[in-house]
Design a protein around this ligand. Sequence first.
Ligand code: PGA
Length: 251
Amino acid sequence: MRRKMVAGNWKMNGKTASAIALTQAVEAGSKGLGAVDIVLFPPFLHIPIVADIIRHSDIAFGAQNVSEHGDGAFTGEVSGAMLRDVGCDYVLIGHSERRQMAGESNELVAKKFLAAQESNLLPILCLGETLSQREAGETESIVGEQLAAVVECAGLAVFEHAVIAYEPVWAIGTGVTATPDQAEAVHAFIRAQLAAQDAKIADVVRIIYGGSMNPLNAKELLAQPNVDGGLVGGASLKAEDFLIICEAAIV
Ligand code: PGA
C-alpha cells in the first residue's frame, strides 16, 4: 500500500516571524501523525528557518523550484546542489503557476526534473489542465503530454523516486475543488499511462491531488483509491487546517 503524503506549498507568503510560528505549530501538532509523510515547501529564504525547527521531527521539507542548471553564472537562480546543502529532500517541479507565470514549457519542466534527480532531490512533478482545456475535453491529452515530456527525457525508472501531483489549474486558489470522482478519474488515467510502460512503477508511484484542498473536502478526496495525498496551498498557511488535512490522510 502506498503511504499517503500531505505537502504544504506556502508559495510566496510570510515573513520570518510567521514562518517560525507556522513551522512551530505544524511541528507541535504533527506528533501522532507518523502514518503520513508531511512535507513543507516554504519560500527559498525561509527554508533554513523551517529546517532548524523541524530537525528533530519526521517532517520533511523542500523548495518550490530549482534551476535546470548546475552551479554557475545564472543570476537569481538556485541550484539543486544548494537545496541539498541546506537539507532539502524534495522539490516542486512544473507547478502551474511557474508554467503560466514564468513560462515553463514541458521541455524546461523535464530538464528541471532531471536536475532534481541528479542532485538527489525527490521531484514532485505537477500536472494539470486549465478550465478551457477541461471544457474542450482535453484533460487527458494535456496531462498525458505533460507526463510524456518528462518520461521521454528522464525515463520511467526514476518515477520510483518521484511523486506526481495532479493539480487542475481551475481548482488552484479558486475555492473550486475537483470532485472526488473528477480527481480519481485523472489520477487513474495518470497511473494507467505509467502502467502501460511499467506496471510495478505505476503501482508504487504516489499521485497526490492539489487544488483548493481544505479541512472539509480532504477526507473524501483522500479516500479515493488513486489519490495518495494532497498538495495544499492556501490551507497550508494555517497550521490548524493543514494538520486536519494531514489527519484526514490517515486511514
Ligand atoms: P491551493 O493551491 O490549495 O491554494 O488551491 C494548491 C497548489 O497550488 O499547490
